[in-house]
Design a protein around this ligand. Structure first.
Ligand code: GLP
Length: 244
């Protein structure tokens, strides 16, 4: 696993935005996997600015988000789709038909998960998947449990994950859905390239376990050790105080 430690979260955002820009310049129809959460907000701001400056053309890019809450319509203020509209999609020239999202309102969740896997396959797989990480080592909504799921699936949220998503719901963790749809660990590992971003001391234990710990379903991010092209881009706090 390659690990890059940068000064602060601004440097992480700028560096990963440059990687995304370079990929799109080289492959204008790149397929991106995208995360939500506080961590990528700076990255999305950078991408918006670079698009406004004429530096990134999203007109042929395809995107697949990692996960979505179960039971929320896409236009719900707390949905991950709304988050993406607010922070990125509304501001760039990404055609709506190229934006792929799990539908949290699907009547048949299993069929919706199969549809998503098929849609990813149909475009030839993900070129670059950007990931955040939960303080408990989750990726997407693959929470620490006795086993991991390979493919896109219906997932139960850990209590701590519901608390850390409470901001989207006016601070009320009890309003955060108990379940979500999420890419599986296999879906994630099939991406040709993975960049995991983490900032702040709250992530340092999860990062340590991801990099140095055993591969275990108790730390879903540890499965990234099995991937041949994964990079962790961290600020020094998430790296446990280590400097670059
Ligand atoms: C959320 C998302 C993850 C995200 C993680 C970290 O629950 N499902 O995809 O990476 O938690 O979020 P944050 O960046 O806000 O710490």
């Amino acid at each position: 696993m390659r690990v890059r430690i940068l000064k602060d979260e601004g440097a992480v955002a700028r560096s990963v935005a440059s990687q995304v820009a370079a990929l799109i310049a080289e492959r204008p129809d790149a397929v991106l996997g995208l995360p939500t959460g506080r961590t990528p907000i700076g990255l999305y701001a950078e991408l918006r600015e670079r698009h406004a400056a004429g530096e990134i053309d999203f007109s042929r890019v395809r995107t697949f988000n990692l996960d979505e809450f179960l039971g929320l319509p896409s236009n719900h203020p707390a949905s991950y789709r709304t988050f993406m509209d607010t922070h990125l999609f509304r501001h760039v020239n990404l055609p709506r038909r190229y934006i792929h999202f799990l539908n949290g309102m699907a009547a048949d969740a299993a069929a919706e998960c199969r549809r998503y896997e098929a849609a990813i396959r149909k475009v030839g797989g993900l070129d670059l998947l950007i990931l955040g990480i939960g303080a408990n080592g989750h990726i997407g909504f693959n929470e620490p449990t006795r086993s991991v799921k390979a493919n896109t699936h219906r997932a139960k949220l850990a209590a701590g994950t519901r608390r850390s998503n409470a901001d989207l719901f006016g601070g009320r963790a009890s309003d955060v859905p108990r379940e979500a749809l999420s890419m599986g660990v296999g879906t994630i590992l099939r991406s040709r390239q993975i960049v995991l971003i983490a900032t702040g001391a709250g992530k340092s234990a999860a990062i340590r376990a991801t990099v140095d710990g055993p591969i275990t379903s108790r730390v879903p991010a540890s499965f990234l050790q099995l991937h041949g092209n994964v990079e962790l881009v961290l600020d020094s706090a998430a790296a446990g105080g280590r400097r670059r």
